[in-house]
Design a binder for this molecule. Structure first.
Ligand SMILES: C[S@@+](CC[C@H](N)C(=O)[O-])C[C@H]1O[C@@H](n2cnc3c(N)ncnc32)[C@H](O)[C@@H]1O
Length: 210
């Protein structure tokens, strides 16, 4: 189970400038591919800015933000305290690599969303994301992932190639994922690719269903 987050304190709020730049395009992609009702489980919510924007824009869908980093959870709560209505649900701790995700109380889960996670985490997180999503979502469920990807050795842009090198310098387990490898892992967990959407700034959204 999950424990209730503490009330936000001054200084908890983080700002990720990219969320302001990419949220309109991601919202349009979500609108086209999420189920009409239920709760969206967002993993790796980061600052919480996406969560607040999407919760207000996509109601009556409910938005459940999560992250593994306590500072991110505090930031989500700080943004949530000022969010337009309806805001997201209270942030909860969720590590994608955990054996059991703390979602037993969310009876109407409809989708799992991961934005800018797969390239900033070990490859094992990608596998865990799809296998856990298969375990917790109904047959109508959707998995939506967004970020920079590569297609084999094609990094889509010079900027993405440089970003990949920077990430691998920070942590050899990180780096842009090959779309075909992501699809293969998803298929092993029972997911079928439903859409590959070209997004601004050389990003992609990958949508999976069953
Ligand atoms: C680049 S940030 C993206 C945040 C947000 N989605 C965005 O686009 O601004 C990556 C996030 O992934 C989270 N993260 C890394 N490993 C994770 C894991 N194993 N489970 C859940 N979240 C994780 C980090 O704490 C961080 O908040």
């Amino acid at each position: 189970m999950y424990s209730k987050p503490a009330p936000p304190q001054a200084g908890d709020k983080r700002h990720a400038p990219a969320t302001v730049r990419n949220r309109a395009a991601i919202l349009a992609a979500l609108r086209g591919h999420l189920p009409a009702g239920g709760t969206v489980l967002e993993v790796a919510s980061g600052s919480g800015e996406h969560a607040c924007h999407f919760a207000a824009a996509l109601a009556p869908l409910r938005w459940q933000p999560t992250d593994t980093d306590p500072a991110a959870l505090r930031s989500i709560e700080a943004w949530r305290a000022e969010a337009d209505s309806p805001g997201p649900l209270p942030a909860r701790h969720l590590d994608c690599l955990a054996a059991n995700w703390p979602v037993q109380d969310l009876s109407d889960l409809a989708a799992v969303v991961a934005i800018n996670l797969l390239h900033i985490s070990p490859w094992s997180v990608t596998g865990a994301l799809f296998s856990q999503a298969a375990a917790i979502l109904p047959a109508t469920g959707v998995v939506f992932v967004y970020g920079p990807f590569r297609r084999g050795d094609d990094f889509i842009s010079a900027g993405n190639r440089a970003f990949d090198a920077t990430l691998r310098g920070q942590d050899p387990a990180w780096g842009l994922r090959d779309v075909d490898a992501v699809v293969a892992v998803a298929e092993t967990a029972g997911w079928r690719p439903r859409a590959t959407l070209t997004m601004p700034a050389n990003n992609l959204s990958l949508v999976f269903g069953r």
